[in-house]
Design a protein around this ligand. Sequence first.
Ligand code: GAP
Length: 452
Amino acid sequence: MAAKTMEELVALCKRRGFIYQSNEIYGGLQGLFDYGPLGVELKNNLKQSWWRSMVYERDDVEGLDASILTAPSVLKHSGHEDTFSDPLVDCRSCNSRWRADHLKELICPSCGSSDLTDPRPFNLMLKTNFGPIDDGSSFAYLRPETAQQTFINFKNVLDSTSRNLPFGIAQIGKAFRNEVTPRNFLFRVREFEIMELEFFVEPGTADHWHNFWVQNRIKWWSEQGIEKNKLDVYKVPDKDLAHYSESTIDLMYKFPHAVEELEGIANRTDFDLGSHTKNQSDLNIKAKVISNTNSNAKLAVQDKQTKEWKVPYVIEPAAGVERGVLAILNEAFKIEKLEGGKERTVLAFKPHLAPIKAAVIPLKRNNEELVQAATSLKRKLQSLSLGRVLLENSGNIGKSYRRHDEVGTPLCLTVDFQTLEDQTVTVRDRDTMGQERIHVEEAPAYVKEHIN
Ligand code: GAP
């Protein structure tokens, strides 16, 4: 399985309504994409699956949904104002801009000139005017990661839930980065969502939890359709670590353009909570924190027995939703040879991720009795709350099956004239193309079992 080229995926995504170029009718905005009717379902299903596994199925994680706009002080003390940058070079011949670390040679990929400026740091954070005065003095950042909002809410969550270490705070939300060269479809964009867990642990147990979360995340991705053998575990060399990290493991996936990072799992030590904490010198903070914070919070926990205050370490699994969607689309994509030399394109999604769970198809378009029976069955299946069930009133059964193979619908249920006599329908399986007849009364249980 997997697409041969990125173009193959891009074309399918546009044709079938998964993903469109953003602002396209005005020429498009680079590095932004919109999710169409099927894309929004796929993306929501992926996020729900992450939330289920991180929050509902665990007993030590709370959820959070914090604001996108972030006070400059937060991103000053997190280190982002000073260090969240990529090395930028300008081509003096054609004025294009490039990330120096992405160039194979010091030659402009656009015009071939070697007349490039020296690399200089280019901060990736986007900001916007904040409040009624528009003189540049009052601004907020659009957060570059959800993590900082989680850290500054640490005490709120702790006080309202009475948690003890270890425990985590999970957040899914938008992040913004003014990437120098957004490219490769959803892979590197300027507006995206991150699914991030900040897991707070006793300092001495950080290595154990780091390893735990690496294994946990590999297992989760395999449940989403990306098998263990498709992920490379890459230990980021010390010289490439982010400013907050003591150790990071990247899960690398073979995207259609290259093997690149799908998710990073970092040991952020006590850097972030320490950097946002007042009276830092009273606490035994191990990381080299950004000092003299103007925050009024003590982001630490008190040992019940010794009464000693300590700043927890943080293990952070952080996955991009866009990269997840891209990897899942790529894994699910296959072109199968059929008897008679024909081919079919299939998106073999795991059923819980499929944008449409089941399609109900009346054999003859606009035949009142068939459409009525199909509508009634559709409503019954929809009320199971498994996700979207579609009434497909196109009248061409062969075309409907092909369309639903191509968008990854696990089951199609066809209502025909026999249904009107004996209340049975044909169920067709996307993967095997096998068909069987079942009674409509059995359909909800059948669909439920198959989708779950
Ligand atoms: N809080 C940690 C953090 O933000 P990161 O490695 O910079 O770490 C986390 O980002 C994840 O977000 C990455 O593993 C990747 O999946 C995704 N990501 C980062 N930049 C992205 C971009 N420009 N476009 C799409 N996804 C991106």
